[in-house]
Design a binder for this molecule. Structure first.
Ligand code: FAD
Length: 396
């Protein structure tokens, strides 16, 4: 007897999709290769949108709240006060809470099972899992398959779907120095060191993480160590991994036999490429996948609002990739009061409809953006550096 949905990957995107589908009465089995729901420590900063979907967060998952975003470039500084604070979340406790919710809704979670096969079956798709503890095998037939197995998705690989490009992310746990308010998130722009930015996220009143996204093909560790030394910070431990990047050309769906195969979360590149935050957008993708399966809606259509948002982040990333340090100085200098007030009301998951208003409030941003886009385009036509678009081309 086939089950309705098999989800590969018991992390945030897979567990949330499992909960939604099980609540709607579908038989759902969620498999993960790890033997326990105890992912490595990871301090996440997420927008308050998370609470619209997963409420309440258990105390162990919600570490802290950040009310101010402080931005700095070599010659300029600015601050945005957030009307609704960003949330600082510990991934392991968050994932365990999502697992409880999925199980309470009726989903079955199978741990220590690595997907090794996915093939057509008369009643859907046949999935083969390898038991990591015993070496045995388990086969299951599903009418639909969700690939929530993160970066380098095995589901995508076996179903012949394209994999999103990835970047390395490294952050160090540090003691917050005196003078750093625990309610302030810091972002330092310095394109000589990193094409994205360095961040400092307070995770408690005295501790936090400082990190960066590594430039393509480079080990981010020495860059972070130099930055920490400059800031007078000592690394206590490191958190690292790769994160997927969204690209407008990605089509994260397909079929195996008659079974639809939908990718969600990092497996699908459901990540904002401005900040490389993928937790909330991964949940958003999970919602779209559940909606598609429950309402018989094409996944492309269910994904449309998320794709619009992610495409816009991609476009902004293209512009940012072309900025130099003096442009960042000008960008921060352009943050006038009306714009700061406007940004304080929005969060990073609502760019699509805030974007044009932002340009109206500060037309200089349009000029800077156009300059960045032009430089990015010129640089890629000359084959210099590696923009995000090139990372995508190379990953195919
Ligand atoms: C150091 C670091 C810091 C980050 N900080 C932030 C942040 O501050 N804010 C933010 O929004 N995002 C952040 N991210 C990104 C965020 O963690 C990811 O976008 C998010 O975890 C993606 O969730 P997911 O459910 O799609 O996949 P994952 O969390 O990657 O989970 C995939 C799951 O699939 C399982 N799996 C893989 N292959 C198989 C297989 N063959 N068979 C069975 N199971 C399999 C894995 O065991 C895993 O449990 C950070 C990432 C890193 C690395």
């Amino acid at each position: 007897m086939p089950c309705d949905v098999v989800i590969v990957g018991a992390s945030s995107a897979g567990l949330y999709a499992g909960e939604l589908l099980a609540r709607a009465g579908r038989t759902v089995h969620i498999y993960d290769e790890h033997g326990a729901l105890a992912p490595a420590r990871r301090t996440l900063i997420v927008t308050p949108r998370l609470l619209q979907w997963v409420q309440p967060l258990p105390p162990g998952a919600l570490l802290h709240r950040a009310y101010v975003m402080a931005l700095a470039s070599p010659q300029a500084q600015a601050q945005v006060r957030l009307r609704q604070p960003d949330l600082i979340v510990e991934r392991a406790a968050f994932v365990q809470a999502l697992a409880r919710r999925a199980q309470e809704a009726g989903a079955e979670v199978h741990l220590g099972c690595r997907l090794v096969g996915l093939e057509p079956h008369p009643e859907g798709a046949l999935l083969t899992f390898h038991h990591t503890a015993t070496g045995g095998e388990e086969r299951v037939v599903a009418r639909a398959v969700l690939g929530a197995d993160g970066v380098g998705s095995r589901v995508a690989h076996l179903a012949g779907l394209p994999l999103p490009p990835t970047v390395p992310l490294l952050q160090a746990e540090v003691e917050l120095p005196g003078g750093w308010s625990p309610t302030v998130v810091q972002c330092w722009f310095d394109v000589e060191a990193t094409p994205y930015f360095f961040w400092g996220i307070p995770a408690a009143s005295s501790r936090g993480v400082v990190g960066l996204i590594g430039p393509a093909g480079e080990d981010p560790r020495p860059i972070l160590e130099r930055f920490l030394a400059r800031q007078g910070l000592r690394p206590l431990a490191y958190q690292s991994g790769r994160v997927a990047l969204h690209h407008p050309c990605l089509r994260p769906w397909g079929k195996v036999g008659e079974a639809p195969v939908l990718l969600v979360g990092d497996a699908a590149g459901h990540v904002k490429v401005t900040t490389v935050g993928g937790t909330v957008t991964g949940l958003w993708g999970a919602q779209a996948a559940a909606r598609s399966l429950l309402a018989g809606l094409p996944y492309a259509r269910a994904l449309r609002p998320l794709k619009r948002e992610l495409d816009l982040h991609w476009l902004i990333r293209q512009a940012l990739d072309g900025l130099r340090n003096p442009d960042y100085d000008a960008l921060l200098g352009a943050l006038n009061q009306p714009l700061e007030r406007f940004l304080a009301q929005r969060n990073r998951d609502q760019m699509a409809w805030a974007f044009f208003r932002t340009l109206v409030l500060q037309p200089r941003l349009a000029l800077l953006g156009a300059r960045g886009l032009l430089r990015s385009a010129l640089r890629s036509s000359l084959g210099e550096g590696q923009t995000q678009a090139q990372a995508w081309e190379r990953s195919r």
